[in-house]
Design a protein around this ligand. Structure first.
Ligand code: CP3
Length: 346
């Protein structure tokens, strides 16, 4: 039977008169109700592992805006934590992890099959959501791509140029490859359980793919994404996968064929017209309004939103931002974006 939910229809290649819409970081600090629930949980990580409250914050933007998809509330850095890394969040600064620098550090990590010990509450969040989401809303699971996760594990934090990961890759390729392999295996286990728990689509976030060039892009962005996608589709035939090789530039061309993903998520540095001609020709694309419009709003938001819908109107398209909404985003502007996508808004 053909899927009826609009997001699944777009992922299957259907061209819809109005694209389905959701928003990266749609559950987040720009919403007062999110901040209240996070305070109730204590902190961000406690919220991720509290299945009831994580389901609640996943539902908040669905109730408020009626998005076509809900994305599981969790984080890409739960995988390193489940493998044994220390993880904490410095308020106002971002994530901190124990660094992976030596073979001895790596030897302390758990095997991939052990990640469920830590991640079981995440599967419970998904099970709650399968019961509580409106019938027309698609449930998206996710994980970080191995390269992006590795950059945080190696540096112990976010880095502007992923320098420490590039250095380890060059100076100790055996250790770097072993780490990539472990993350890849753990990600397959994690996403597979997410699908069993009710995720109808999974998205692989390679936020730092843009710093991989040439053969490195093939080996560390394309190959792991292809392996995860193939393994998931083997275990769960027909499960749609969205790939997000952020800032991949020209390497967006051919990404879907090289990896087997059903949809490519475009960041906002990509020109929509160019992407319609070079990327959407082979399947569904997602994106790609710049997040600053959620802060600024106004005519520019309406103009850009219309231009993106127009550029992608001849092929399958899921409307989204090109990256996550920031804490300064204004919920009124989110509503204006949605109205513009759905009704053209004047
Ligand atoms: O999109 C959603 O609403 C679903 C939940 C989600 C979060 N993180 C919640 C979150 C998803 C899909 C992510 C993915 C994620 N996490 C990525 C890939 C996408 C991207 O943004 O490039 C990355 C790189 C991370 C790692 C991470 N988590 C960082 C660097 C930070 C700190 C920066 C920041 O925005 O605060 C986080 C924290 C985080 N993850 C928050 C949320 C809602 C904010 C934490 C808080 O509430 O204080």
């Amino acid at each position: 039977m053909a899927p009826r939910k609009t997001l699944l229809r777009a992922l299957a290649g259907e061209v819809l008169p109005v694209p389905p819409i959701w928003m990266m970081r749609q559950a987040g600090r720009y919403l007062p109700e999110y901040r209240a629930t996070r305070a109730q949980a204590g902190d961000f990580l406690s919220l991720c592992y509290n299945s009831e409250l994580a389901a609640e914050v996943t539902l908040q933007p669905i109730r408020r805006f009626g998005f076509d998809a809900a994305i599981l509330f969790a984080d890409i850095l739960l995988i390193p934590q489940a493998l044994g890394a220390d993880l904490w969040f410095e308020t106002g600064e971002g994530p901190r992890l124990s660094k992976l620098e030596t073979e001895a550090d790596f030897a302390r990590f758990a095997p991939a099959s052990d990640v469920h010990d830590t991640l079981t509450p995440i599967y419970e969040t998904l099970r709650i959501l399968t019961r509580e989401l409106p019938a027309e809303t698609t449930l998206i699971g996710f994980a970080g791509a191995p390269w992006t996760v590795a950059t945080y594990m190696i540096a112990g934090r976010g880095t502007p140029d992923q320098g420490p990961a590039h250095t380890l890759k060059r100076e100790n390729p055996a250790l770097f490859d072993a780490l990539m392999e472990r993350i890849t295996e753990a990600t397959i286990e994690y996403l597979s359980r997410q699908v069993e728990a009710g995720a109808e689509v999974v998205k692989i976030f390679d936020s730092w793919a843009g710093s991989l060039t040439g053969d490195d892009f093939d080996r560390y962005a394309l190959a792991p994404c292809a392996r995860i996608t193939a393994a998931l589709k083997a275990r769960h035939p027909g499960i749609p996968v969205i790939g997000f090789p952020r800032e991949a530039g020209e390497r967006y061309i051919g990404f879907a064929q090289a990896t087997g993903v059903d949809c490519v998520a475009l960041d906002n540095s990509v020109d929509a017209q160019w992407a319609a001609e070079h990327v959407q020709t082979t399947g569904c694309v997602q994106g790609n309004l710049a997040p600053h419009h959620m802060v600024e709003g106004g005519d520019a938001l309406v103009r850009e939103t219309r231009a993106i819908c127009q550029a992608f109107s001849a092929g399958p398209h899921i409307f989204n931002l090109g990256h996550g909404i920031t804490p300064q985003g204004n919920p009124d502007n989110v509503q204006l974006m949605i109205d513009t996508v759905r009704h053209g808004s004047d």
